[in-house]
Design a protein around this ligand. Structure first.
Ligand SMILES: *Cc1c(COP(=O)(O)O)cnc(C)c1O
Length: 397
C-alpha cells in the first residue's frame, strides 16, 4: 500500500507524459468494471459441474464468441493463453512439433524482425530440438516481400511466421499476400498480431492466416492474458499439458476475470478503432514531421505510410538511446528505445540491424507511441524539449 501511494504521489508531483503505449496500456475503466464480478462473485472453476462452474464457463464462452466474431473466426478456433508471449510459443512450438510428428517437416521460416517471443522460441527449436531455422530477409522498412517467402518455401517447411505490425518500428506487413502463398503451398502460417490488434481490423479469412496471436494489455485490457487463433484443421501439440481445457491445447484453470477483460477490451478497441485512429494519425504525423524538421541527423525508422497509426520511431546520429531515454524520463516523458536492454552493456536492436542500419546508428533509437490519453499539447511539449536533449546527448558522446 505504502509503495503504491508513494508512486501515485510521485506521479502527481510532476506532470508526466506517457508515450509508450506499444509497451503497455492502462486498463480501460469499462474493462475494469466488466472484470470485477468475476473475482469474488462469479468465481467457480469453469470445469466444475455445478452452478458456480456453469456461470463461469458461460462467461468464458461468451468472451470466446466475442473475440471469434471480431476476427471472423469460429469460437472453437480461439484458445485463451497467458498473453502474447504464450500465444506465440504455442503457435511456433505447437505447430513445429505437430508438423514434425505428423509430416516429418523440420524447416522453420520466420522474419528477422519478429518479437523476441517468436524469435527466441524459433531459436530454441533450432538449438535444442534440431529444427532448421531460416530467416526471410526484410527491406529497409522492415517489410517482408511475399516473393522472398515464395523462394524459400520447401517441401519440408513446417511453419512460416511473419509479424503483422512491428512493435519497434511500426511497419505493417502484407499479411494477406504472404498468407495466400503459404496456403497455396499447404504450409501453416502464423502471424503475431499483438500490436496490430490494437489498431487494425483483423480478418483471419481475408488475411489467409492459420494462427494469430493477440495480447490484451496492448489494447487497454489487463496484462497476463491473450489468445491464439488456430484455424480448424491445423494441428497443434500443447505446450502446457494437464487438464483438457481449451480443446486440449492449453491446460490450466481459466483466469475468468482476465478472459472477460480481454474480450471486453478487444471489443471496445475494434469498435472504436476508426475514431481512435482518426485522432491518432494527425498527432503521429505532427510528431514525425516535427522531429525530422527540428533535429538534424534524425531518421524515421519503419515504413512512412504502412505503419501503425500511433507509432513513431527514429534513430539519431551520435546519440546513445538509453541516455536519451533517461533524460526524457527526467523531463517527464516516458518513451522507449530499440535496445531492450535496461541495464548493463546495451546492444543495438536486432530489428534495426535487420533493416540495414549501421550498429552505431541503431544505438541511437527512440520509439514514441501514442494512445487514447495523448493530447496535442503533449506532442507540442515533447517537441519543445527533444531537440535540446538530443544535443545534450551528442555532447556527452
Ligand atoms: C507485447 C508483444 C508481445 C508479447 O505479449 P505479452 O502479452 O506482453 O506477453 C508479443 N509480440 C508483440 C509484437 C508485442 O508487441
Amino acid at each position: 500500500m505504502l509503495l503504491i501511494e508513494s508512486v501515485v504521489e510521485m506521479m502527481e508531483q510532476k506532470k508526466r507524459v506517457y508515450l509508450d503505449y506499444a509497451a503497455s496500456t492502462p486498463v480501460d475503466e469499462r474493462v475494469f468494471q466488466a472484470m470485477l464480478p468475476y473475482f469474488a462473485q462469479i468465481f467457480g472453476n469453469s470445469s466444475s459441474v455445478h452452478f458456480f462452474g456453469q456461470s463461469t464457463e458461460a462467461a468464458i464462452e461468451r468472451a470466446r464468441k466475442i473475440i471469434a466474431k471480431l476476427i471472423n473466426a469460429e469460437s472453437a478456433e480461439i484458445i485463451f493463453t497467458s498473453g502474447g508471449t504464450e500465444s506465440d510459443n504455442l503457435a511456433i512450438k505447437g505447430v513445429a512439433f505437430a508438423r514434425r510428428k505428423n509430416d516429418g517437416c523440420n524447416h522453420l521460416l520466420i522474419s528477422p524482425v519478429e518479437h523476441p517471443a517468436v524469435l527466441q522460441t524459433a531459436r530454441q527449436l533450432s538449438e535444442l530440438f534440431g529444427f532448421e531455422l531460416e530467416y526471410i530477409p526484410v527491406d529497409s522498412f522492415g517489410r517482408v516481400s511475399p516473393s522472398e517467402v515464395a523462394s524459400r518455401l520447401r517441401r519440408n517447411t513446417a511453419l512460416v511466421s511473419v509479424i503483422y505490425a512491428n512493435n519497434e518500428i511500426g511497419t505493417i506487413n502484407d499479411i494477406a499476400s504472404i498468407g495466400h502463398l503459404c496456403r497455396m503451398n499447404g504450409v501453416p502460417f502464423h502471424t503475431d498480431a499483438v500490436q496490430a490488434a490494437a489498431h487494425l481490423p483483423i480478418d483471419v479469412v481475408r488475411e489467409n492466416v492459420d494462427l494469430l496471436s493477440i495480447g490484451s494489455h496492448k489494447f487497454y485490457g489487463p496484462k497476463g492474458v491473450g489468445a491464439l487463433y488456430v484455424r480448424q484443421g491445423v494441428n497443434v501439440i500443447p505446450i502446457i499439458t494437464g487438464g483438457a481445457h481449451e480443446s486440449n491445447l492449453r491446460a490450466g484453470t481459466h483466469n475468468t476475470p482476465y478472459i472477460v477483460g480481454l474480450a471486453e477490451a478487444f471489443q471496445l478497441t475494434q469498435t472504436e478503432l476508426i475514431q481512435r485512429n482518426a485522432r491518432l494519425v494527425p498527432l503521429r504525423d505532427m510528431l514525425i514531421a516535427g522531429v525530422l524538421e527540428k533535429i538534424s541527423g534524425a531518421q524515421l525508422t519503419g515504413h512512412p505510410v504502412e505503419r501503425l497509426p500511433n507509432h513513431a520511431s527514429f534513430v539519431f546520429e551520435g546519440v546513445e538511446g538509453n541516455t536519451l531515454l533517461a533524460m526524457l524520463d527526467v523531463a517527464g516523458f516516458a518513451c522507449s528505445s530499440g535496445s531492450a536492454c535496461k541495464s548493463g552493456t546495451p546492444k543495438p536492436s536486432e530489428v534495426l540491424l535487420a533493416i540495414g542500419l549501421p550498429p552505431a546508428m541503431a544505438m541511437g533509437s527512440l520509439r514514441v507511441t501514442l494512445g487514447v490519453d495523448t493530447r496535442m499539447d503533449d506532442i507540442e511539449s515533447f517537441l519543445s524539449v527533444l531537440p535540446s536533449l538530443v544535443e545534450k546527448c551528442r555532447k556527452l558522446k
